[in-house]
Design a protein around this ligand. Structure first.
Ligand code: GP9
Ligand code: MN
Length: 707
């Protein structure tokens, strides 16, 4: 008892913490209290300050669980120590987690995203901007997370909290660490069931925090940043030279009769989500799925490519964007925009055109952080990024479906910003309603579903039809606002909508008994339509893919691509190599198709036996070598951040990420000011009279359409 007194001092309430056989003691209580506090602070902030979008019981459960494992492991470090050190260590580990939480609360308020090591490192502008604006965004309640630390420090300093001199036995400390680890594995296991590819595909930092927690996110991000900076460090200007040598060997001349033909026009990219080529002219019960797009496809001034393939990997939409903006492939290891978009140097279309007097803007009805667009677009040189926060309609839950604002509302709501863009502009509209799982509320369904019997497939034509209607309304508006004739339109499908897991349904859609690898390769075709007044239209059978978009458009605009690191080729060039490389190394040429290790005659679809076909054998060896070199060289550009070595180019200087800011207030002020400084927008052309009233939509969500 004397020993006990010596350890705990006097006082009856202190008896609470007396050590019993299980090791329950003052230090255990201190550990548990800190664990509870860290959990509480994190969880409350999850609910109050972050928009993690947890849906359903499982995700809500993970939100409750996920702060606990790392808190146990971190705070548990203190349990390995004795005396005062143990308490202060636990306190310090609480403080570290709290500072991380606090910093993220502030950062999130401004950028709707979590801090990354890339951002905190020197390369990025956001860190600077944040420190400038910190006073404006901070709220007194943010400091509540430190209250417990102050109280606990006082308790320790003034010796109100009894000190257990012996600490707990090492094996209990070890068991605690193991418990933390086990819980972490449970969390990860459950999360992986709900969202496969969470870490490999890395969609959005919000997802990682939602499923795994803030500390796991920090660890994951730190590890990724380390790996990236390592490959970056090893790269040199010589590596870029080697890549350029490869590109030079495979270069083709632009088609001079098209070069510069659309010079100076606005450019509007319309990203048709999950839109496949087979939908063009497709009918269900005799009714066209996409009448507006079909008419556009067959327009006399539209060049439509019917052998155009998507080339995305796991990064899906973001890979399509990477190719479309930069003529660089996505990575086989997940989204390049997410992994490298923040830190890398790019020579992207918005940046290049920006230096030719264009104003650039991306429009999308999902949160800005998805696919790390909010950071990547700065590296690409986008002047504006109108994401979900800019769309008042997106605040109403019923106006969203799947990943964001419904297309009709999205395009209508975009008009108020579009009309303010100084011309010429480069605008990209990223639609989203035609996205897996192809759900649409009843009031918006105006087309019969297919009857393949596969539930995930049968709604596809309905959301595609909805997208088509939205597109039709948007085009009518552009005509009314005087933005049609002076704009070069580029429409493309980003990737398949129906995955290969649905082969029986695919066969039914295509009117076949079954599908083979050749059919599946064809099923990777997506539309590419280029429309401009004066452009010679028609269906173009040239084989190409998303990687070719940038050089094709730049040539039409008469912007020289000389010496630029682009992996695609001008689709109008008579010497286009017509070799389509898929991200997994498969390929298609007008003669042969290689898909999933099978070879086919591209024109007839007949399967070929490579071992008994010398012509195929030698051709396949050559094409495969090209495909492999194409992919690995492109990967080197991204993983080595090679474009940072591309300096002193005559027609292009490197993009300064720091000069871009997508905070709503600032962006809207800049847009407003540009009406005076550069009065070339549609709004300015209409003497400040808004054109938004010209937008006609039948969207049932819009008040005048409600009955
Ligand atoms: C989300 C949207 C969807 O913002 O672009 O991306 P996806 O799932 O098609 O890659
Ligand atoms: Mn997509």
């Amino acid at each position: 008892m004397t020993r006990m007194k010596e350890r705990l001092g006097n006082g009856s309430w202190r008896q609470l913490f007396q050590t019993n056989k299980a090791g329950w003691s003052s230090i255990t209580a201190f550990f548990l209290l800190n664990l509870f506090l860290v959990w509480l602070k994190t969880y409350v902030n999850y609910q109050v300050n972050f928009r993690l979008g947890a849906q359903g019981t499982l995700q809500q459960f993970l939100l409750v669980l996920n702060p606990i494992p790392t808190a146990i492991m971190l705070l548990g470090i203190g349990l390995y120590c004795r005396k005062r050190l143990a308490y202060w260590l636990i306190w310090l580990l609480n403080l570290i987690q709290t500072v991380w939480l606090f910093a993220n609360v502030l950062y999130y308020r401004e950028f709707s995203d979590f801090l990354s090591f890339g951002i905190m490192g020197s390369g990025s502008s956001t860190g600077n901007n944040l420190s400038k604006s910190i006073m404006a965004i901070i709220k007194p309640t943010d400091f509540l997370v430190f209250v417990d630390l102050i109280v606990l420090a006082a308790l320790l300093l003034f010796k109100f909290w009894p000190i257990d001199r012996q600490g707990i036995q090492k094996r209990y400390a070890f068991l605690t660490t193991l418990l933390g680890l086990a819980l972490m594995l449970v969390d990860f296991g459950v999360a992986s069931v709900d969202r496969s590819g969470l870490l490999t595909r890395s969609f959005d930092n919000n997802y990682i925090v939602k499923y795994l927690g803030m500390n796991e996110y920090a660890a994951f991000n730190g590890w990724q940043t380390y790996k990236q900076s390592d490959s970056r460090k090893k790269a040199s200007a010589e590596d870029l030279q080697k890549v350029q040598d490869f590109l030079n060997q495979n270069k083709v001349p632009a088609n001079l009769s098209y070069y510069g033909q659309q010079k100076g026009k606005n450019v509007m990219m319309i990203h048709l989500e999950s839109f496949q080529q087979f939908l063009i002219d497709y009918k269900v019960n005799g009714q066209e799925v996409t009448p507006n797009l079909n008419a556009f496809y067959h327009d006399q001034e539209t060049r439509s490519f019917d052998n155009f393939y998507n080339q995305v990997g796991q990064g899906k939409t973001s890979d399509a964007e990477m190719m479309q903006e930069n003529s660089l492939y996505g990575l086989s290891t997940g989204s390049a925009m997410t992994k490298y978009g923040t830190a890398n140097t790019f020579e992207a279309m918005p940046g290049i055109l920006g230096q030719q007097g264009y104003t650039s803007a991306a429009f999308h009805g999902d949160v800005g952080s998805f696919w790390n667009r909010n950071n990547t677009y700065k590296s690409f040189g986008y002047n504006y990024f109108f994401s979900k926060d800019y769309y008042p309609n997106a605040n109403k839950p019923g106006n969203n479906v799947g990943y964001g604002l419904k297309d009709k509302l999205f395009l209508q709501d975009s008009a108020q910003y579009l009309e303010q863009l100084p011309q010429p502009f480069y605008a990209k509209m990223i639609t989203v309603t035609n996205h897996y799982p192809y759900d649409l509320d009843k009031q918006n369904v105006s087309f019969p579903a297919t009857d393949t019997g596969d539930k995930t497939v049968d709604g596809y034509v309905q959301t595609a039809h909805y997208l088509d209607q939205a597109f039709g309304e948007f085009m009518n508006y552009l005509k009314a606002a005087g933005l049609y004739d002076n704009t070069l339109f580029v429409l493309y499908g980003d990737h398949y909508g129906i995955s290969e897991n649905h082969q029986p349904a695919i066969a039914k859609l295509l009117g076949k008994d079954s599908v083979n690898n050749y059919d599946l390769a064809n099923f990777q075709k997506v539309p590419l339509m280029i429309h401009g007044t004066g452009l010679q239209g028609g269906i173009d059978h040239t084989y190409g893919g998303e990687i070719d978009m940038m050089p094709t458009i730049m040539n039409l605009l008469g912007v020289s691509m000389d010496g630029m690191t682009v992996f695609g080729h001008d689709l109008f060039s008579q010497q286009n190599p017509q070799t389509v490389v898929f991200r997994n190394g498969d390929w298609v040429t007008p003669t042969y198709t290689k898909y999933r290790n099978k070879y086919y005659d591209t024109q007839t679809g007949q399967e070929l036996d490579i071992d008994h076909d010398p012509a195929l054998k030698s051709s396949a060896a050559r094409v495969q070598a090209y495909a492999d070199a194409e992919l690995s060289n492109s990967d080197k550009v991204i993983t080595g951040d090679l474009l940072r070595f591309d300096k002193n180019r005559l027609n292009f200087h490197q993009i300064n990420k720091k000069s871009y800011d997508y905070q709503k207030d600032k962006a809207l002020t800049a847009l407003k000011n540009s009406q005076q400084s550069n009065p070339t927008s549609a709004l300015a052309k209409h003497q400040g009279q808004s054109t938004v009233g010209d937008y006609k939509t039948d969207a049932p969500e819009v008040s005048q359409n409600k009955n």
